[in-house]
Design a protein around this ligand. Structure first.
Ligand SMILES: [Zn+2]
Ligand SMILES: [Zn+2]
Ligand SMILES: [Zn+2]
Length: 135
């Protein structure tokens, strides 16, 4: 009986570890992904982060990561956030953390578009940066 319970617990731990490994952790500023857990990520120094420490990308894993400001896509998270962007306030692409949706809405004025690219490159009278920002 006890053996069975230990076996089930061990199986659970192994499954949890496998699931965790599939969910890669990225720093949203430098694209590094060599972290065992969020604590290790958040406590180590990052030369590109405004806080001086790595900060986790909060979005889901995607086939293509997309820039919040210009809609440039890249299959490599690291390559996206390390490449220059003329529309980003920090001059590098920022990975969009929202989910892939059938339609995207502007967080400032509510304008909707089925195209993420069309939304973020179109002028917006209510946005501080002058363009719609996708929710
Ligand atoms: Zn970093
Ligand atoms: Zn960009
Ligand atoms: Zn807008």
């Amino acid at each position: 009986m006890i053996k069975k319970i230990v076996g089930a617990a061990l199986l659970f731990v192994l499954c949890a570890a496998a699931l965790f490994a599939a969910d890669r952790l990225y720093c949203k500023w430098c694209g590094s992904s060599n972290f065992a857990n969020v604590r290790q990520l958040a406590s180590s120094a990052c030369s590109r982060s405004p806080t001086g420490k790595h900060e986790p990308y909060a979005g889901a894993p995607r086939r293509f990561y997309v820039c919040t400001y210009c809609a440039t896509e890249s299959a490599s998270f690291e390559q996206l956030v390390l490449s220059p962007c003329s529309k980003s306030p920090r001059r590098y692409h920022d990975a969009y953390e929202g989910a892939e949706k059938a339609a995207y809405a502007c967080r400032h004025c509510g304008f909707e578009s089925r195209s993420f690219r069309q939304l973020v490159v179109s002028p917006c009278g209510k946005s501080p940066r002058g363009y719609h920002d996708a929710l």
